[in-house]
Design a protein around this ligand. Structure first.
Ligand code: DAK
Length: 263
């Protein structure tokens, strides 16, 4: 695959050795605003990585000033209602959500609007202590469109999600941590390093178990408790059809590190 893109950088040096690929949003002049082209490049990369058996975990990051300051306002201003309906962003977001392996978001700086929604669509967020989160769409006379009223509300609760989405006020990394939106706050200069450590921890686990856990956790957002528990049980049983389950348990009893094969 040619990883040469206009708006993102793809670092696949650790793909063969560790199963980890880092995607960096790279539109620094506009604080990594997410235009359609950027989303497309991310999704095409993920879909290529999904086809590559070596892939275990993806890290998605920006720069020190911004993870992403939202959808591209200039692009949105230029669009007509019919453009919105035909817009492929809808399908790009859906495809992003379908990526089956863990994505660790390494966030520094502004993480707003569509940028915040993108980070929330990842599986876990590591935030630098300079991060600023928010759903400022209300300041532009629009509503959030990719999870900023849904994932956000389900994660931090109605009162706080309503407060932030209706005022457009930003909140800090520390507040995001207290509200359960991010899993760790670290010094800004160490965010990517920390994300890599976390990705490495995941990457040595059974790849099928990683997928099944991701699927089950996402189901907690999408289904009733009964249906979610059914899926969780089905995935649990499924692991018993895999060599990785035997290897994991055998390795524990033999007091050695497991060597997972992904089947
Ligand atoms: N889009 C385009 N350009 C942006 C941008 C954005 N979101 N954010 C910043 N920029 C540009 C600025 O225009 C400026 O460009 P120049 O003036 O240098 O040409 C440059 O980045 C630096 O920004 P500032 O000069 O403003 O920098 P400051 O440090 O002073 O302020 C800021 C940083 C983040 C507070 C400020 O830039 C800001 O408020 N930015 C806008 C944040 C925002 O409103 N984000 C929400 C956008 S709406 C959907 C999916 C998703 C969405 C909708 C639908 N569907 C699937 C249906 C999402 C919508 C959104 O995200």
């Amino acid at each position: 695959m040619n990883w040469d893109f206009e708006n993102i950088l793809v670092d696949s040096k650790a793909l063969e050795s560790e199963g980890i690929v880092t995607i960096t949003l790279n539109r620094p002049k506009v604080l990594n605003a997410l235009n359609t082209q950027t989303l497309k490049e991310i999704v095409l990369t993920l879909e290529e990585l999904e086809r590559n058996n070596a892939t275990r975990v993806v890290i998605l990051t920006g720069n020190d000033k911004a993870f992403a300051a939202g959808a591209d306002i200039a692009q949105m201003l230029a669009s007509e209602p019919s453009d919105q309906i035909k817009d492929e962003r809808e399908s790009l977001w859906r495809r992003f959500n379908q990526f089956p392996l863990p994505i660790v978001a390494a966030v520094n700086g502004f993480c707003l609007g569509g940028g915040h929604e993108l980070a929330m669509a990842c599986d876990t967020i590591i935030a630098g202590d300079n991060s600023k989160f928010g759903q400022p769409e209300i300041n532009l006379g629009i509503t959030p469109g990719a999870g900023g009223t849904q994932r956000f509300t389900r994660t931090i609760g109605k009162a706080k999600a309503s407060y932030y989405a209706l005022t457009g006020e930003m909140f800090s990394a520390e507040q995001a941590f207290e509200m359960g939106l991010v899993s760790k706050v670290v010094p800004t200069r160490t965010t990517l390093k920390e994300a890599r450590e976390i990705a490495k921890k995941m990457a040595v686990k059974s790849p099928m178990a990683l997928r099944l856990i991701k699927e089950s956790i996402i189901a907690a957002f999408n289904t009733t408790l009964d249906e979610g528990l059914r899926l969780e049980r089905r995935n649990f049983y499924l692991t018993f059809s895999m060599d990785d389950q035997k290897e994991g348990m055998q390795a524990f009893l033999e007091k050695r590190k497991p060597q997972y094969k992904g089947h």
